[in-house]
Design a protein around this ligand. Structure first.
Ligand code: NAD
Length: 242
């Protein structure tokens, strides 16, 4: 039997990270559509919708025959009303999981955040075994942690396999948050002050590597009958070469 080809849907595919994932999928010849509240690109099929609308998600998953969802959508950090984070990142994840299970989607890759283990204190050499902090740094990080928990708890349920990735500050082509924020700090004259003794470290992730990590995570979520056009082994060397 010829293996069935994966059909990808990138939720939040009009955004910074989502767009890079779409480009990586297109570059290796995969079938991909975008689900988002706004359309910014016109080279793939686009489905307008809000992830808190479960019936719309179900309609789109079914219509596209999606086998693998890559869910990158979130409100940006810094919203005035924190309730938007819980609505999109917690209720939205619930709706994505439920609609995916109802539509028979096999894989769900979630863009979480390194902030899920941040409580404002130093974070040194933590890995994914570290527990969530008792109190999150803010509502954004708390909602991302709750969303990640839901996604991981759904693994193996209703025919769905799930995985979550935790990038730190993301930089690269198309960034509309990080460099803008740094530049605004410069414009406000806030770069005249130094916080700490020049030994502070922060973790940054290049968006192209992150996009590739999403594809590798999706590929590794299952063995046949589903294959992608570019299966590869996840090793430190393959990530370094990205
Ligand atoms: P972005 O704002 O550029 O893209 C997010 C996309 O999601 C946008 O196109 C937006 O329209 C869409 N979206 C938002 N709410 C939606 C909803 N209710 N329904 C459907 N679509 C919706 O953000 P980004 O920088 O690409 O971030 C992608 C993911 O990476 C997010 O989940 C974010 O939490 C995570 N993350 C980002 C950073 C960073 O530095 N940018 C760091 C760590 C984690």
């Amino acid at each position: 039997m010829t293996p069935k080809k994966e059909v990808y849907l990138v939720i939040g595919g009009s955004g910074f990270v989502g767009r890079h994932i779409v480009e990586h999928l297109l570059a290796r010849g995969d079938v991909v559509s975008v689900f988002d509240i706004v359309q910014r690109h016109h080279d793939v099929d686009f489905y307008s919708g809000d992830i808190t609308d479960e019936s719309r998600l179900l309609e789109v998953f079914t219509k596209t025959g999606t086998t693998c969802i890559i869910h990158t959508a979130s409100p940006p950090h810094g919203a005035k009303d924190p309730s938007i984070y819980y609505k999109v990142n917690v209720d939205g994840c619930k709706a994505v999981i439920s609609a995916a299970q109802a539509a028979g989607v096999q894989k769900l890759v979630y863009t979480s955040s390194a902030g899920v283990v941040f409580d404002g204190g130093d974070v040194v050499n933590l890995d994914e075994r570290a527990p969530f902090p008792e109190k999150s740094f803010d509502a954004y990080n708390d909602s991302k942690a709750q969303g990640e928990k839901l996604i991981l708890e759904a693994n193996g349920k209703g025919g769905l396999l799930t995985v979550a990735l935790r990038p730190a500050g993301i930089f690269g082509e198309g960034d509309r948050q990080m460099m803008v924020g740094l530049y605004q700090a410069y414009q406000r004259g806030q770069t005249h002050f130094q916080v700490g003794d020049n030994n502070n470290l922060f973790d940054y992730t290049y968006v192209g590597n992150l996009a590739r990590a999403h594809l590798i995570a999706a590929d590794k979520l299952s063995s046949p009958p589903f294959t992608s056009s570019s299966q590869e082994t996840l090793t430190t060397d393959s990530l370094k070469a990205a």
